[in-house]
Write a protein that binds this ligand. Structure first.
Ligand code: ADP
Length: 228
């Protein structure tokens, strides 16, 4: 699914954000990426999405060689990834239904399939009855659930979540994690960057800890740790 071999990322100003990182993430894994601010987590995620290109090393995501793929292939890479951010990033002038349907319209899915798929993912996140609401009429947790519905509607094999519970209270955060667990249980790989110690310690999933651009720990079933 995701393979990094000696991946380094040096920004134009000389900042070394990642330094020879080696990682393998296989299908169906649930992985937390932890580390203090400035450790390199966002850089890691931007590389997976091909928002930036690594300075050196080999990166393969869902079979696409990030350094060596054509722009024609880029939409297919992006479609194979579902992305969720801390700040939800919904379209404010579209309803819940339209926010989710939009992800299918841009890839020109047939109307009937859109109707069926959007209803199905709104069921999964428990928001079917709110399909007519606008984002401003929803709580933070509900908005994040719409973002999750949008991320999964095209059946991506990997979900990438950058601090998805960062703006939510503990109870709502657990509702979001419950949805992630269910998505993971049907085989979707989850890669989640987080600062939430309680969630990481409680879930006991794989933990990759980054510090100063290096992996300082990679545990199959770990906790948040003291050092990060
Ligand atoms: P995190 O997400 O863990 O807070 P980042 O990946 O954002 O860490 O940052 C890692 C390092 O790279 C930091 O030293 C940061 O200052 C630097 N950095 C991040 N983005 C840029 C950029 N666009 N230009 C220059 N330096 C950057």
């Amino acid at each position: 699914m995701i393979k990094m071999k000696d991946i380094s990322m040096v920004y134009d100003n000389g900042a070394i954000a990642l330094d020879k990182v080696n990682i393998n993430i296989t299908r169906g894994e649930f992985v937390f990426i932890v580390g203090t601010s400035g450790a390199g987590k966002s850089t890691f995620i931007k590389l997976l999405l091909r928002e930036i290109l690594p300075t050196s090393g080999l990166l393969v995501v869902n079979g696409y060689n990030i350094n060596n793929m054509s722009t024609r292939e880029l939409p297919y890479l992006r479609r194979s990834l579902g992305v969720i951010f801390q700040d939800y990033r919904l379209l404010p002038n579209k309803t819940v239904y339209e926010n989710v349907a939009f992800a299918m319209r841009v890839i020109e899915s047939p109307r009937r399939l859109i109707l069926r798929s959007v209803n199905s993912v709104l069921d999964i996140v428990g928001l079917r009855e709110k399909y007519k609401c606008f984002p401003s009429q929803l709580s933070g947790g509900e908005q994040q659930r719409v973002a999750i519905a949008r991320a999964i509607v095209n059946n991506p094999s990997v979900i990438i979540a950058d601090e998805p519970t960062g703006n939510l209270d503990p109870e709502t955060s657990w509702e979001i994690m419950d949805i992630f667990q269910r998505i993971n249980a049907v085989g979707t790989t989850i890669v989640m960057a987080t600062h939430d110690r309680t969630i990481v310690d409680t879930m006991q999933k794989r933990v990759i800890a980054i510090e100063n651009g290096r992996i300082i720990r990679d545990e199959a079933s770990g906790g948040y740790g003291y050092e990060t």
